[in-house]
Structure formats: structure tokens, C-alpha cells
Ligand binder design. Structure first.
Ligand SMILES: Nc1ncnc2c1ncn2[C@@H]1O[C@H](COP(=O)(O)OP(=O)(O)OP(=O)(O)O)[C@@H](O)[C@H]1O
Length: 265
């Protein structure tokens, strides 16, 4: 089967600095790929090139066989690419359920009927879809809580539910555990595990938590100084001498320790 995503010589330069440098990669459908690398390796910039937030300097991004390199982010979203921070319309004064229902409605093209009658059949269909998503992200018990009262990790789960409402075939998750408390990390891991176990979408994950990456990934790509240093199964990567020396060894630990990511592996 053709890969869902392919990059060919993907490159972006900011002035004289090349942040992503000639990255060629193919991601199969329904695959789970993690992107790792020290701070500043180019991981988020790579995602920005995939989702269209940044324009490529050179190279191409193909999604479902189509060259999307010149398409704006919304067009890539429409084709089935979902990126977490694209959710800008979390309404703080609406409940968790209302937020997700509106996202489900919006995906169905019912954008301007916020006041659908709650007894109508369409309303119930949207609400059932939203409840399913809330169960999936372990927020069922918080359905009636106002979004503004959620803890940080719960907000992250709400964002993931709203992203899933868009029914993306490719999900780009950029450090979903960043900034949340340690106690909330296992729940986020469980949510991602559940999404993966549905088996019907491709997931790309940027994370610093190695135990999470090893738990979830079918394959791991290592970026270093903007270049693709290695790409393979978790076992390949953990046993790769170049990765050990350049990244999992001293260099990486120093880099992350200075940024406060002490939990690398
Ligand atoms: N818009 C920009 N203009 C100039 N430089 C940029 C821009 N965006 C990113 N960079 C630089 O590109 C490099 C890669 O940054 P990026 O955020 O992609 O790294 P990262 O691997 O995601 O790091 P982290 O793990 O800390 O999130 C950094 O040196 C950053 O300063």
C-alpha cells in the first residue's frame, strides 16, 4: 500500500540556518511513528512543514499521494491531516461536552446552527458522537464541566477529542505531555494508546518521554541538527550505535538536562 505521507529532500532555511535539512521519509498508513531528537533538532519545524504552517525552502511533502507542499494549513486539514494546536476554538464558558459536540457538528458542515434543538435527531447524533470521543479521551465524567475549569492535562485531552472530531487520517501530536503534571502523564499515554488501538489512523508523535515512545511506536525517526540521523524500529534505534553516541549518550542528556527534560529515558 502507498504510504500516507512522504517527504522528499524536505528542507527549510531561516537565513543561513537550515532547521530541517534534506529529510526524506515515508510513513505507511495506520502506522505509529515517533520523532525524537534533542531540543532544537528541528522536530516542531518538521511538523510545521508537514502541516503547512511553514513553507518549504526545498523538497516536497506528499499526503495521500498528492503533493501538498504549496497548500495552506486549512487545505491540508481538509484532506485529513490533524494537528493539535490547530484547535483554536475551545470555548472556555461552554461545557466539555458542548465543545466537542460543536466540533463534531462543524465537521458535519453544520457550522451555524449552534442552537439546534436538543430533542432533534441531528442534535442527538452529534451528541452521541461527542460522547464517544469523550469516552475515548477519558473525559466522560467531566462532560458537564466548563472547559475553563479543567486541569491542564484535561484540557489537553479535550483538545485531542476536538481534533478527533475532525476525523483526521493523520494525527500530528507535538509533545502532548508538555507542561502537564507528572500524575497526568499516564492518562495521556492511555488516551494515545486507545486512539492507536482503534487502528484506523496514522499517528506521528513528538515526545521526550522515551518510555512512552517505546511503548507506542512502530518506528522511530531521529532528527539531529535538522538532519535525519536514523529511522527504524524501536529496537533498531535503541541499538543504533550512531544514535547512542550522538544522541542517547552524553550529548542528548546534556541538551535536555539544560532544558529541564530530565525524564528522557
Ligand atoms: N521561525 C523561525 N525562525 C528562525 N529560527 C527558527 C524558527 N523556527 C524554528 N527555528 C529554529 O530552528 C531550530 C529547530 O527548532 P524546533 O523548534 O523545530 O526544534 P525541536 O526539535 O522541536 O526542539 P524542542 O524539542 O525544544 O521542541 C531551533 O534552533 C529554532 O530556534
Amino acid at each position: 500500500m502507498d504510504p500516507i505521507l512522504q517527504t522528499e529532500g524536505l528542507t527549510i532555511a531561516f537565513g543561513a540556518y537550515t532547521a530541517v535539512d534534506d529529510v526524506t521519509l515515508a510513513v505507511p498508513r495506520n502506522h505509529f511513528k515517533s520523532i525524537i531528537g534533542p531540543n532544537g533538532a528541528g522536530k516542531t519545524t518538521f511538523f510545521n512543514l508537514l502541516s503547512g504552517q511553514l513553507k518549504v525552502t526545498q523538497g516536497t511533502v506528499k499526503f495521500k499521494g498528492q503533493d501538498v507542499s504549496a497548500l495552506p494549513p486549512f487545505a491540508r486539514t481538509r484532506l485529513g491531516m490533524g494537528r493539535s494546536f490547530q484547535i483554536t476554538n475551545v470555548f472556555p464558558k461552554l461545557t466539555v461536552l458542548e465543545n466537542v459536540r460543536l466540533a463534531v457538528q462543524s465537521q458535519a458542515g453544520v457550522r451555524f446552527h449552534m442552537l439546534l434543538h436538543y430533542r432533534s435527531r441531528r442534535f442527538r447524533v452529534f451528541e452521541e458522537g461527542a460522547l464517544h470521543l469523550l469516552d475515548m479521551v477519558l473525559l466522560g465524567s467531566r462532560r458537564d464541566t466548563l472547559a475553563m475549569h479543567l486541569a491542564h492535562g484535561e484540557k489537553r485531552k479535550l483538545e485531542i477529542a476536538m481534533l478527533l472530531a475532525l476525523q483526521p487520517d493523520l494525527l500530528l501530536l507535538d509533545e502532548p505531555t508538555a507542561g502537564i503534571s507528572l500524575e497526568e502523564v499516564p492518562a495521556i499515554l492511555e488516551v494515545i494508546r486507545r486512539i492507536k488501538s482503534e487502528g484506523d489512523r496514522t499517528i506521528m508523535l513528538i515526545e521526550h518521554k522515551m518510555e512512552m515512545i517505546l511503548d507506542l511506536s512502530d518506528s522511530i525517526t531521529v532528527l539531529f541538527n535538522g538532519k535525519l540521523l536514523a529511522d527504524g524500529t524501536p529496537e533498531d534505534i535503541m541499538n543504533n550505535e550512531m544514535v547512542q553516541t550522538a544522541y542517547l549518550g552524553g550529548l542528548y542528556d546534556d541538551a535536555v538536562a539544560s532544558q529541564g527534560h530530565a525524564d528522557v529515558y
